[in-house]
Design a protein around this ligand. Structure first.
Ligand code: AMP
Length: 385
């Protein structure tokens, strides 16, 4: 067990690292952050920030030697960086977990090999999209294997013409082509697994995306008890099979027939778990600390139905409508007072100086006695920002 007073190292310095650091410090740990491009959101609160490249083995080694345990908050860390640290400090989740989940091809192959439900897919090694589409059928979606997130590097294909265009666009890139799933809704389950092997799943979150970016997370998800149980069972089985220590977020589709299909895995805190900061007995960040330090995992009981709303940089550009229309102008401070005035709402900002469109700047949560009320209030507040 790693006790308070020790230092936890975090690779990656974004908002996830920041909220992790805040939770760890509240619990009595010291936190240091490794981030190539400083100053970073997590560095603003950590005990120490190191700015060096992930290729800089000497800097990584020095960083790791000061820590009792190292974890990460970012998926696109080169495997070499983790391999440089792993020999002399506890690293959770272990390097192989990140290696599998940071690449869509390896992740899908792992799901297939281990018998977990996933969308039918085929690999396209050198932009040979047509051959892959022959296996999946249309409609489908092309995703680059590496460095994709929030819908970046993705293209939906519905017609033969789309297939031809995609062939040109993705030439020379490793991709997966996935059958389009006609889902009724999207959900996620965050599971924590401790160094002791103890696991706990956070309640299922229902996720609404807008332009490929998470917009709302709703807890509890509006699914049947059977679907929720199946989603939690799948998430736990995946966490155990892949041997994660820390958090694993499992994004899933639910079809109209109630089938649960795994879309993506992320071995770190997840945007769809931010509701837990206000709506759950234990936040995902505290649970991550508990898991990597080998403490007993905390209660995942829901305090009250909660809706989380992401705040993107778009909110600085004269409101949602203007953002959709692509109207640009001078950024203005959003109307935070609307959220501050609401007794059951909480505003979280990540300390990022420059608001850019599609950049995650913060989020807010709204709690209510039932999901419908919380969601209606959340939509209302979002419109007022
Ligand atoms: P991803 O980056 O894989 O999480 O995809 C971003 C979003 O695109 C998902 O949250 C879905 O809304 C949508 N999407 C991705 N893959 C599929 C699929 N196979 N079928 C339907 N929608 C998808």
């Amino acid at each position: 067990m790693i006790l308070p007073g020790k230092t936890i190292g975090v690779l990656g310095g974004g908002q996830l690292g920041r909220m992790f650091a805040q939770a760890a410090q509240t619990m009595g740990y010291r936190v240091q952050v490794f981030e190539p491009a400083g100053p970073c959101p997590a560095g603003g609160v950590a005990n120490k920030e190191v700015n060096a490249s992930y290729e800089d083995v000497a800097a990584l080694t020095a960083f790791g030697r000061e820590c009792a345990v190292v974890t990460y908050e970012f998926e696109n860390i080169p495997s070499g960086a983790l391999e440089a640290i792993a020999p002399f400090v506890a690293l959770h989740p272990r390097a192989e977990v990140l290696h599998t989940t940071q690449n869509r091809q390896r992740e899908k192959a792992w799901l297939r090999a281990n018998g977990f439900p996933h969308a039918r897919y085929a690999e396209a090694l050198d932009g040979d999209i047509a051959a892959a589409v022959a296996e999946t059928g249309l409609p489908c979606v092309v995703k680059t294997a590496d460095f994709g997130y929030d819908g970046k590097g993705q293209m939906k294909l519905g017609t033969g013409e789309d297939v031809e265009r995609a062939g040109a666009i993705f030439r020379g890139r490793r991709c997966v082509v996935e059958r389009w799933v006609e889902f009724a809704l999207e959900i996620s389950v965050i599971v924590a697994r401790s160094t002791t092997g103890e696991t706990k799943t956070f309640p299922v979150a229902e996720n609404i995306h807008t332009r490929h970016i998470l917009d709302f997370s709703i807890v509890p998800a509006r699914v049947s008890a059977g679907v929720a149980a199946e989603a939690e069972r799948l998430a736990t089985a995946i966490a155990e099979k892949i041997g994660v220590v820390g958090l694993l977020a499992v994004e899933m589709f639910v079809t109209a027939a109630g089938e649960v299909i795994v879309n993506e895995l992320a071995p770190r805190p997840h945007n769809s778990g931010h509701w837990s900061l206000d709506g759950c007995e234990t936040s995902q960040f505290e649970q991550h600390v508990r898991a990597v330090c080998g403490l007993p995992l905390g209660s995942v009981a829901v305090r009250e139905p909660t809706v989380m709303v992401n705040i993107l940089g778009d909110a600085w550009f004269a409101g949602e409508g203007a953002a959709v229309a692509g109207v640009s102008g001078e950024p203005r401070e959003p109307n935070w007072a609307a959220v501050w005035r609401e007794p059951h709402a909480k505003l979280h900002l990540y300390g990022k100086a420059e608001p850019r469109r599609a950049r995650k700047m913060g989020h807010f949560t709204v709690r209510a006695a039932d999901v419908a009320t919380a969601l209606a209030q959340a939509r209302e507040l979002k419109a007022k920002l």
